[in-house]
Design a protein around this ligand. Structure first.
Ligand SMILES: CCCCCCC/C=C/C(=O)SCCNC(=O)CCNC(=O)[C@H](O)C(C)(C)COP(=O)(O)OP(=O)(O)OC[C@H]1O[C@@H](n2cnc3c(N)ncnc32)[C@H](O)[C@@H]1OP(=O)(O)O
Ligand code: NDP
Length: 283
């Protein structure tokens, strides 16, 4: 972790009052589970979903972080501690939420992350930690949601937050592998689960200013705004609005899709999470 940790991204007050294109009742009476719901992108999703009428179930491992956001949202949110890598904890989470609300309408998987390291140096433990969090954990959440929806004959929408895999994000090959798995899985089950009225989509954020950036060096972070032709970082609110689009009726004919929200970064530019090696700097 870099010594120059800074507060990055929009504050909760800014997120809560940011102008939105959506009507205030877009998600009225819906119940949404947001994993990583107290993280940088997850909290923007939670704040917007609650503002649009949903009750948001915030999921993460840090009780205090979840409680603080839930307190801000009052009866629009509840906090549930669960490690998404533990399939039994995931099952217990869904049992508790269905018991409490009798329904779930959408699941946003925003829990995830990785550490920057050259792939050639990955340890077995480090590789497994990233695959387990981002691929296995996301799958346990997806499957638990789908089983509940199937058994209750209830429609559902899943939005998985991934990373842009089409254009190398150098220094996080383990995460690219895991997220490519999530995208492939989402495309496959979008077909299998269409008869169950379950839609499955992904959102691939580009450089989005959040505190999650603190795991990268200041040199790498300084380059992120230049990783796309707009020459700026996006905000967590951009990702939240994309999630609403896919989760709400606006997305009713969209499934198996990955919506890239990166300011054009996949078409232009490059991103080194470990800093750019001299070899690629040119003569
Ligand atoms: C065009 C787009 C531009 C985008 C730019 C940025 C791209 C992406 C940005 C983001 O995703 S931002 C937000 C993301 N948030 C995070 O990444 C959260 C921080 N990361 C983590 O929490 C961990 O990396 C984790 C693996 C996801 C969590 O797993 P776990 O809690 O099990 O990890 P640890 O116990 O900490 O470590 C386990 C194991 O992993 C290896 N390891 C961990 N950190 C490092 C490191 N910095 N360097 C090398 N290896 C590491 C290591 O083997 C650990 O085991 P031990 O050695 O600790 O026994
Ligand atoms: N910010 C960016 O530029 C980009 C982000 N992304 C991806 O978007 C997603 C959200 O990122 P962001 O909000 O910035 O990152 P943060 O690190 O701020 O948030 C991630 C959240 O995930 C939760 N989490 C991590 N592991 C687990 C676990 N095993 N079980 C339950 N919860 C877990 C953490 O909560 P807790 O500590 O409570 O467990 C944390 O709040 C991540 O997948 C990230 O990789 C993709 C591209 C770019």
């Amino acid at each position: 972790m870099d010594e120059q940790q800074t507060k990055v991204g929009l504050s909760d007050d800014e997120l809560a009052t940011h102008p939105t294109v959506y009507a205030a009742d877009t998600l009225k009476d819906q119940v949404a589970i947001v994993s990583g719901g107290a993280g940088g992108i997850g909290r923007a999703i939670a704040l917007l979903f609650a503002r649009l009428g949903a009750h948001v179930v915030l999921v993460g491992r840090d009780q205090a972080k979840l409680d603080a956001l839930a307190a801000r949202l009052g009866d629009k949110a509840s906090a549930h501690v669960a490690d998404i890598r533990d399939p039994d904890a995931v099952k217990a989470l869904f049992a508790a939420v269905w018991g409490e609300h009798g329904r779930v309408d959408c699941l946003v998987n925003s829990a995830g992350g990785q550490f920057p390291q050259a792939a050639i140096d990955f340890s077995v433990k480090g590789w497994n930690a990233v695959i387990d969090t981002n691929l296995n954990g996301t799958w346990y959440m997806m499957q638990a949601a789908a089983q509940r929806w199937r058994d209750a004959k209830h429609p559902g929408a899943i939005v998985n937050i991934v990373v842009v895999t089409t254009h190398g994000l150098y220094g996080i090959a383990h995460s690219i592998a895991a997220r490519s798995g999530v995208i492939g899985l989402s495309r496959a089950v979008a077909v299998e689960w269409a008869p169950l009225d379950i839609r499955v989509n992904c959102v691939a954020p580009g450089a989005i200013e959040t505190e999650g950036w603190n795991v990268y060096t200041s040199e790498a972070r300084a380059a992120y705004p230049r990783s796309n032709p707009m020459m700026r970082a996006g905000s967590a609110f951009d990702i939240a609005e994309a999630c609403v689009y896919l989760a709400a009726p606006s997305g009713k004919f969209i499934t198996g899709e990955t919506l890239t929200v990166d300011g054009g970064g996949q078409l232009w530019g490059e991103t080194w999470t470990t800093g750019k090696p001299d070899y690629f700097r040119g003569g």
